[in-house]
Design a protein around this ligand. Structure first.
Ligand code: G3I
Length: 364
């Protein structure tokens, strides 16, 4: 006869209470969302257009309590032409998240990269106008519909040689090092209720010029913003774990504690694994990926302020890394395996690794 752990029964009841069909849940009915909920963490994933076209993929999102917009709220989607707004894709995700009772994390208002081409060459004064107008137009439209804004994505890029390690780009050109503070202050003035997040990459690795340089720069910026009274609710640490870069997960865990001491919530905000340097053999690769994810998340979750884990997609089939692999390697003889589910929407060791790390966290 199958026995159930007490925790498993609680999580299964939480699933049933949430009315969520437990998709491919563990035998005891738990999902990553209910397991996370049990330890004070919100589990979510980035959603692209595939959730409307692939029902088998969309079913996986019943594991989540939060959806993040993979691209629908970026300026390149909302304002592909100067002054012409197209809200269709963003509205569709607002409707989806509301219908499914999920928290919506709109990613991202401003990024120095992947901007619409018409921004290039604008004067500083024009950029300042565009910046303010974009906030006023977009944030007012979604007030009450977007619960979390990634206000600024990836402000730092030391290789650009700008002061303070800031990335070059239109917004740094417009306002200098104060551009991040200005963004948060204006967004808060338009929507005082949404939780405002700052999102950054690379902090999970110990590569020179990447994590080693960006972590202290981000810590200083967060401290400055909080000391200035900026309504910064949380910091997202993307965590695209690159197995080809040096890392020290204990050091990352300590960094989460340092951020926590500044009074912010922390999100592991874009979790996946770049496996390009790992062996071809799928079983070997999957195990190496799962081991890394479990060790990394366990360290991160040892800080209570880490209360959000968001994977960057749920199935390898739609990972952004597939395109990057093809661009970098020019071949499809093997595909990246960065996420909890494979191309056939089957659970992988990575799913168990995330579940294991969550379960290892002392209960809330
Ligand atoms: O904009 C069109 C849209 O109009 C169209 O309806 C839709 C149809 O699928 O495609 C959209 O195009 C592409 C979009 O992905 C959806 O595929 C964009 O051209 C393309 O630039 C966009 O790429 C996204 C990329 O950020 C740039 O925004 C990736 O999906 C997304 O995974 C990636 O995510 C970034 C995070 O924002 C920041 N951290 C790194 C992470 C990975 O690069």
């Amino acid at each position: 006869m199958q026995t159930f752990s007490r925790r498993g029964v609680i999580e299964a009841l939480a699933t049933l209470a949430a009315g969520a069909a437990a998709p491919r849940a563990m035998a005891d009915g738990s999902t990553l969302g209910t397991i996370a909920q049990g330890v004070g963490v919100t589990f979510g994933s980035a959603a692209g257009g595939q959730i409307y076209t692939d029902t088998a993929y969309e079913k996986l999102f019943a594991e989540t309590k939060l959806v993040a917009s993979e691209w629908q709220f970026k300026m390149s989607s909302l304002q592909a032409q100067k002054g012409v707004y197209d809200f269709w894709n963003a509205d569709q995700l607002v409707d989806y998240s509301a219908r499914k009772g999920k928290t919506l994390k709109a990613h991202c208002l401003f990024w120095q990269a992947n901007n619409p081409a018409w921004l290039t060459g604008l004067s500083t004064a024009d950029l300042q106008y565009v910046f303010d107008k974009h906030i006023d137009t977009v944030v007012s439209r979604y007030a009450g519909k977007v619960q979390i804004w990634d206000v600024v994505n990836e402000p730092f890029w030391p290789a650009d040689g700008q002061p303070g390690g800031f990335g070059a780009g239109p917004w740094f050109q417009a306002f200098g090092q104060d551009w991040v503070k200005r963004a948060f202050q204006r967004v808060a003035a338009v929507d005082a209720k949404a939780r405002l997040y700052l999102n950054e990459s690379q902090c999970d690795n110990n590569a020179a010029g990447l994590g080693v340089a960006i972590r202290p720069a981000l810590l200083k910026l967060v401290g400055d913003l909080k000391h200035s009274g900026v309504p910064l609710a949380g910091v997202g640490l993307e965590s695209h774990l690159d197995m080809g870069l040096p890392y020290d997960d204990a050091q990352f865990g300590a960094y989460c504690a340092q951020l926590s001491n500044l009074g912010v919530s922390i999100a592991i905000s874009e979790l996946d694994v770049r496996d390009f340097t790992l062996p071809d053999a799928i079983a070997t690769r999957d195990k190496m990926i799962a081991d890394r994810v479990q060790k990394f998340l366990t360290q991160a979750l040892s800080t209570r302020a880490v209360d959000q884990v968001v994977t960057w997609g749920l199935s390898d089939k739609y990972s952004w890394l597939k395109g990057l692999w093809q661009t970098q390697r020019g071949t499809t003889f093997r595909q990246p395996r960065p996420l909890p589910y494979d191309d056939q929407m089957q659970k992988k060791p990575c799913w168990n690794a995330i579940a294991g790390a969550l379960r290892s966290r002392p209960r809330a």
